[in-house]
Design a protein around this ligand. Structure first.
Ligand SMILES: C[S@@+](CC[C@H](N)C(=O)[O-])C[C@H]1O[C@@H](n2cnc3c(N)ncnc32)[C@H](O)[C@@H]1O
Length: 196
């Protein structure tokens, strides 16, 4: 079975444009077959972006893990002046993200990486809408190994659905970080973990 994180060079392309209206700005993204939420901005990703923008965080370095076509990192570069690095295991997602970085004119880079395999730097913020369908091990590796790539006072931001194990993941996060649920909407939780 094909998943949105499977690399499949034979998959045809059928580009489409996603128009994202947020806080008085309009951003456009190219999307394609074979990537997560290819036709519209995912509700959880939108909630994560809006909650982050409300927090007043800006002008910091950011790593978007599992970036898809780049919606989170690129929007936060554009609207919060974050210096973003966007990574995904899916080659097509990374290619779309590179196109979207260019078309949105933001200060950002994108490269292919399985979890943090190719990540050499540390960041002020790591942000993710994690790939639940990739399994618990991948999700926990993304969340717990973030600590090794966060600056001293850095923060891990994530969105997770209640019915996808938000409560048990929250308990696990508390073993490693100072974790807080900062927003809840329609069964989606936004969790912020401080590096401590
Ligand atoms: C829920 S989607 C979120 C995509 C995008 N950030 C958004 O908000 O629309 C999770 C992403 O994680 C990626 N992913 C899955 N397994 C991964 C892994 N082992 N390492 C890095 N990224 C992975 C998927 O390809 C997918 O793009």
């Amino acid at each position: 079975m094909e998943h949105y994180f499977t690399n499949n060079a034979d998959l045809p392309s059928n580009f489409r444009t996603i128009v994202y209206k947020i806080n008085g700005s309009v951003l456009e993204f190219t999307s394609d077959l074979g990537v997560f939420s290819k036709n519209k901005v995912d509700y959880g990703s939108d909630l994560l972006i809006r909650t982050f923008l409300k927090s007043g965080n800006s002008n910091r370095t950011l790593l978007d893990v599992g970036c898809g076509y780049g919606i989170i990192g690129i929007t936060l570069s554009k609207l919060a002046n974050m210096k973003s690095t966007l990574i995904d295991v899916n080659k097509r997602a990374v290619h779309l993200t590179s196109m979207n970085i260019k078309s949105n004119g933001v200060d950002a880079v994108s490269f292919e990486s399985n979890i943090y395999d190719k990540v050499e730097c540390t960041y002020d913020v790591i942000i993710t809408n994690p790939p639940i369908r990739a399994g618990k091990k991948v999700v926990l590796d993304i969340l717990l190994k973030a600590k090794e790539h966060l600056n001293e006072s850095g923060e891990l931001w994530l969105v997770i659905r209640k019915d996808q194990g938000a409560k048990s993941i929250f308990e696990t996060l508390k073993t490693t970080y100072e974790a807080n649920v900062v927003e809840k909407s329609k069964g989606f939780y936004i969790i912020v973990c401080k590096n401590c």
